[in-house]
Ligand binder design. Structure first.
Ligand SMILES: [Zn+2]
Length: 255
């Protein structure tokens, strides 16, 4: 049986359906990811239409049925439209990737309060923090909340915690490996990882809601972390997100 519910929510994506309606996917504070339909919203000039642009933060009222894939949305009040994101090309690219990534790693109807708070935080922070810095913080913490954050404490093959200075990273094992030949052989494909990159990732994981303007890493570590995150996320999703591919194609992100 359906109940009428009210919750805060952020638009992940929306798509037209039939002549006049719209399907909107939200990450909500209380119900996790939900798919809704707004009937007739594309007819005439409904003021609601602008509410359903990606990233818009709002309070929604909808009929909730736990077994139903699509729920009817009846009302929405915008809390933040994030116009400062829509007026900046790099910010649009980064925010689009963020909502895409959330959409990919979440299942419908599973409460994801921490992820909701993280997404809302980074969208707000885009106002005054460098978008690519925020992207690193976001990716690290999405992995944390999805249970995919890599093991950076001990060798993923032999379990050794006293680690040498030269370390590697295995996508297959989801973490670092030591320099012993046996471990490297077992890990199959692996890449170099610096202690600076490990430290930066740990810091971002432990300081989710930190002021990143005080967080400084060298360009080398920044680049290393960016490549590692991109490859690790694509490895887990089994594909590269279109929004990430787009950022590379237009030069917002380097390959
Ligand atoms: Zn080892």
């Amino acid at each position: 049986m359906s109940t009428v519910e009210k919750t805060d929510a952020i638009v992940l994506r929306s798509a037209p359906i039939r002549e006049t309606s719209l399907i909107i996917t939200f990450l909500s504070r209380d119900f996790g990811k939900i798919k809704t339909i707004s009937k007739g919203v594309r007819k005439g000039r409904s003021p609601l239409l602008s509410h359903f642009e990606p990233f818009t933060y709002q309070e929604i009222v909808f009929y909730h049925h736990p077994q139903r894939e699509i729920n009817l949305i009846t009302d929405s009040t915008v809390k933040e439209s994030f116009s400062f994101i829509r007026n900046d090309f790099v910010k649009i690219c980064v925010a689009s990737y963020m909502v895409d990534l959330v959409d990919e790693v979440t299942q419908a109807h599973q409460q994801q309060k921490e992820l909701f708070n993280l997404l809302l935080y980074v969208l707000c922070e885009l106002k005054c923090t460098h978008p690519l810095k925020l992207l690193r913080l976001f990716e690290v913490n999405v992995l944390k909340y999805s249970g995919l954050f890599p093991n950076l404490e001990k060798c993923s093959v032999c379990g050794r915690a006293q680690l040498p200075s030269r370390l590697f990273f295995s996508f297959h094992h989801g973490g670092i490996i030591c320099s012993q030949a046996a471990c490297r052989q077992k890990a199959r494909e692996h890449i170099d990882i610096s202690s600076g990159c490990i430290a930066a990732m740990k810091f971002l994981k432990e300081h989710t809601f930190t002021d990143l303007n005080a967080f400084q890493v060298s360009n080398t570590i920044e680049g290393e972390m960016m490549r590692l995150m991109q490859s690790f996320i694509s490895y887990h999703l089994h594909h590269e997100l279109k929004s990430m591919r787009f950022m590379k194609d237009v030069g917002v992100m380097v390959s």
